[in-house]
Design a protein around this ligand. Structure first.
Ligand SMILES: [Ca+2]
Ligand SMILES: [Ca+2]
Ligand SMILES: [Ca+2]
Length: 377
């Protein structure tokens, strides 16, 4: 090991965001019971691009848990990518009901980003989603977010672009809470093509999210989630929902079609599932409050100690670089909980690092803070 990292806070039960099911998720919360109306993805499809090319969409099962203020959600399956001349790219929609109020029937005046093509979609009675997360894959992963307020007009962002297959980072958008997502689109198991009974059990690749609870109103009770695969027929065209919903629609249900005509209350079963967030402590916070400092004297004679204060659990990177920008050491690159974290760069890990001035740089989402430190040895 090139250097030691000493963290005062307990280790996280978080998982890598790479589109692969991890044992930490445990058994599926809900499993698909119905074939896919959005084509089955044949094994071998996409060749060298299989990581982000799929000829169909299916939501085979959902796994999820909350750890240290982050909701980890794994949707086993695949999402149809842009296929050249067919111009058919499916979208994955994740609706989260985590607080009172919300939109049992989707309004048409939410922050746009394709959400309003779903206007009129009506959920089961009592399911009132407050947040919408969406992603597509076409080489890069693209992800969007919107708030679903009773009166419409909530916040909405393009969260950014990421990379199929991980590591879940999104860039180029507005992502104050550090939401992460990636897709491994290679699944060719799970359900087959059609509308009849099938099982989605056993699929271990798919769409993986890390959603800090602060991004969904910091709930500390069970929350409810509905995931749907939808198509966008033609560039900028009308949306068209497949029968791939979680919780699932019953066997015999084919493509749902125009969202404005879809009413889950009229479809047997619960088109939602539950995740318990009560083990998480996630105070409502201001995402702009972030602190980073050298904890001991500067110049630094022995171990260099840093303290980070996060308003919400989020991905954090901390590294050391010299004054010309050359990276000397990576001290932290993981999701950290809300509150204080302590990081040490021990003198014993500084072989080859000359005495002199360096920068310690902290990156959280789109924010970066640099602190100058002087090493005496
Ligand atoms: Ca709600
Ligand atoms: Ca399949
Ligand atoms: Ca229903």
């Amino acid at each position: 090991m090139a250097f030691a990292i000493l963290l005062a806070a307990p280790a996280l039960a978080g998982v890598p965001i790479d589109g692969h099911l991890d044992s930490a998720y445990g058994p599926a919360l809900v499993t698909q019971t119905t074939q896919t109306s959005s084509n089955d993805n044949p094994c071998g499809f996409g060749g060298a691009n299989a990581l982000f090319e799929s000829a169909g969409s299916e939501l085979d099962a959902v796994h999820g848990f909350v750890s240290d203020g982050v909701l980890y959600l794994f949707l086993a399956g695949n999402v149809m990518s842009y296929l050249g001349e067919f111009q058919h790219q499916d979208q994955l929609h994740v609706f989260i009901d985590s607080r009172p109020g919300g939109q049992n029937a989707l309004r048409g005046d939410n922050a746009d980003n394709n959400l309003n093509t779903l206007a009129g979609l009506t959920f089961d009675a009592g399911f009132t989603p407050d947040y919408w997360f969406n992603c597509t894959v076409a080489g890069p992963v693209s992800s969007y977010f919107a708030e679903l307020l009773d009166g419409g007009g909530g916040m909405g962002y393009f969260l950014g672009h990421g990379t199929a297959g991980g590591p879940g980072d999104l860039s180029g958008g507005t992502n104050p809470y550090g939401v992460m997502v990636t897709i491994d689109d290679r699944n060719c198991g799970g359900v087959t093509s059609g509308c009849q009974a099938a099982s989605g059990a056993g699929v271990t690749s798919g769409i993986e999210w890390a959603i800090p609870l602060a991004a969904i109103g910091s709930p500390n009770v069970a929350i409810r989630v509905c995931a749907i695969a939808g198509g966008l027929m033609g560039i900028g065209g009308n949306s068209d929902l497949s029968n791939q919903v979680q919780g699932p629609v019953p066997p015999g249900t084919c493509a749902l079609g125009n969202p404005a005509t879809v009413n889950f209350e009229a479809i047997p079963g619960a088109q939602w599932f539950t995740i318990d967030t009560s083990t998480a402590s996630a105070p409502r916070v201001d995402p702009t409050q972030l602190a980073f400092a050298l904890a001991g004297p500067n110049p630094v004679e022995g171990d260099a100690r840093f303290v980070i204060e996060l308003p919400a659990a989020t991905r954090v990177r901390l590294w050391i670089e010299d004054l010309s920008g050359r990276r000397m050491a990576m001290l932290l690159d993981e999701v950290r909980p809300a509150g204080q974290s302590h990081v040490t760069w021990p003198v014993s890990a500084r072989d080859g690092v000359a005495p002199g001035a360096y920068f310690a740089s902290l990156r959280v989402g789109s924010r970066m803070i640099a602190r100058k430190l002087v090493l005496l040895r």
